[in-house]
Design a protein around this ligand. Sequence first.
Ligand code: ZN
Length: 368
Amino acid sequence: MSNIYGWQEEVWRKLTGALGHALLLRGRKGLGKLAFARYLAKSRLCENRSVEGKACEVCASCHWFEQGNHPDFCLVEPEAATATSVSGEGAGEEGVETGDEAEVQSLPRAVNQLSGSGKSTKKPSRQISISQIRELGDFVNITSHQNGYKIILIHPAETMSTAAASALLKNLEEPPLQTLFILITHQAQYLLPTIRSRCRQIIMPAPDAASAALWLKQQGVKAPERCLASAGYAPLTALEFANEDYLVRHSAFIQQISTPSGFDVLARAEEMQKSDLVMVVSWLQKWCYDLMSFRMAQKVRYHPDMLAQIKPLASGLDPYSMATYLRALDKTQQLARHPLNPRLFLEELLFSYVTMLSEKSRNRSKAG
Ligand SMILES: [Zn+2]
């Protein structure tokens, strides 16, 4: 990434002056926050910034950064993010509106990367541990290459364990000299309020739908509108969705759950048991969000091309049971990472959906 995304220019201009000691970049997944933060770090470490505050791309510092071994930059991520080789997680990781961001970025890993030291037999941790935050002390205290300025990027900040967050808070309360913390969060509500309040908070923008579609077209995406809607209008997530395999599987699933009368739960669960379950739950969340949204406001967000199917399904839904169901799906999403038995997990998930819809018709017949 040798620049920022077009929709980030305005926020960039706000950050050309002094940055203070801690920034918190907020926004949902898929907006390009990580790429922005890395470019900001690279530019601040550059020996020859432009008047717009952008990296020169030719100095030694810029080269080090591009090669992923800048001595004054440290990226802190959960071990699991490193294990997937790029810190962007799978397309299915993002939840409805609030999920963590699927950042597409191609920079090599930094050498100064504190991503935990899990044992090879264990699943890589999805949390940032207290030892990762403690190790920052060494990084801060080692003499830096350039004028003593160091940058620490924590991504995503809400994955810090409670102990890690408390340790970081001490750093933010008594900030080390010449050190900039950049925290990225997809779900700021899960951060300690005391951490939030000690950072300069930056709301990261999303492009409007037309510009996002245009950008996707420039990336060679053939059905940009559909990918965008399905990604909740987060352009980088939409780009991840823009592949034939994903679109076909997603379509098939939505077709099935949109016609629940002929829906064979056991067969579907069997067929989909090798799927990414976090992704499947997020599909169902978005679908149910649209059913609810249509029921309440005659609007849909994620499936504008499915109005003909959504309308009859949503028409008699009981908003209260639907809200309860959506909350239960949030909990299910957390379990989807580590199901004991994927097939049973799917059976339960799909049965609960069918039951929810049939309860609706029972309620209707009672009411009628
Ligand atoms: Zn430079």
